[in-house]
Design a protein around this ligand. Structure first.
Ligand code: SF4
Length: 210
């Protein structure tokens, strides 16, 4: 097992945060994980993605969204000129739920202080909630993700956009256009907030999975 965080020279606050995550046993997921999966992307970023929880590949490699769903997300983000220099990506729980089940409310609650600390370190302006679980645990709302996706929520100074999880798109490719549209909204918002220059032309939606 290799941890991607060990070889990096991280600022002290990040080093402490990684250690806190790797030593955490606040819920039972800490007993079955290989390692805590903390983030991928920039340490400080205007854009932060929050997913559900790590899968097998993430558990083994120690980074979120490095499996098939992550590759699809990267494909769509890259087409819109969004790379790891402008975003930070993590999950509502940092340890893999056995058999990739949905994390429980108690597990999400136990992990929330770590996510809050992560927000304070990253200081994003725009937050994208990937999928129903992230939306439910982040907002406390029980609305369906199909109903709320693509609609901005303003809360505590953050601009929050719920959208589909890329793993859902892998199973339902005809909905790819919805995730693509929502990434377009995010790109436009970052331009409006002067984090990014305007694109000279709108990109075409990529096909395939990369
Ligand atoms: S999921 Fe979160 S709260 Fe639970 S053990 Fe892992 S880091 Fe700790």
């Amino acid at each position: 097992m290799t941890s991607p965080y060990v070889s990096r020279s991280l600022p002290p606050a990040w080093q402490q945060f990684v250690e806190q995550c790797q030593n955490c046993r606040q819920c039972s997921l800490g007993q079955t994980r290989k390692q805590a999966v903390v983030w991928r992307g920039a340490l400080s970023a205007p854009l932060m993605f929050i997913g559900e929880g790590p899968g097998a590949e993430e558990d083994a490699r120690g980074e979120p969204f490095v499996g098939a769903a992550g590759r699809l997300l990267d494909l769509l983000l890259t087409a819109y000129g969004l790379d790891e220099s402008v975003y930070h990506i993590g999950n509502v729980v940092k340890c893999r739920p056995p058999e990739n089940r949905v994390p429980t409310e108690d597990e999400a609650r136990a992990c929330r202080p770590l996510l809050a600390r992560q927000f304070n370190l990253v200081k994003p302006k725009v937050i994208v909630l990937l999928g129903a679980t992230a939306f439910k645990y982040f907002t406390g709302s029980s609305e369906g993700i199909s109903k709320v996706r693509g609609q901005w929520i303003e809360k505590n100074g953050y601009l929050i956009l719920p959208t589909f999880h890329p793993a859902f798109i892998l199973r339902n490719n005809r909905e790819r256009i919805r995730l693509w549209e929502d990434i377009g909204l995010v790109r436009a918002k970052l331009e409006e907030l002067d984090y990014l220059p305007k694109l000279s032309c709108q990109p075409d939606m990529p096909a395939g999975r990369r």
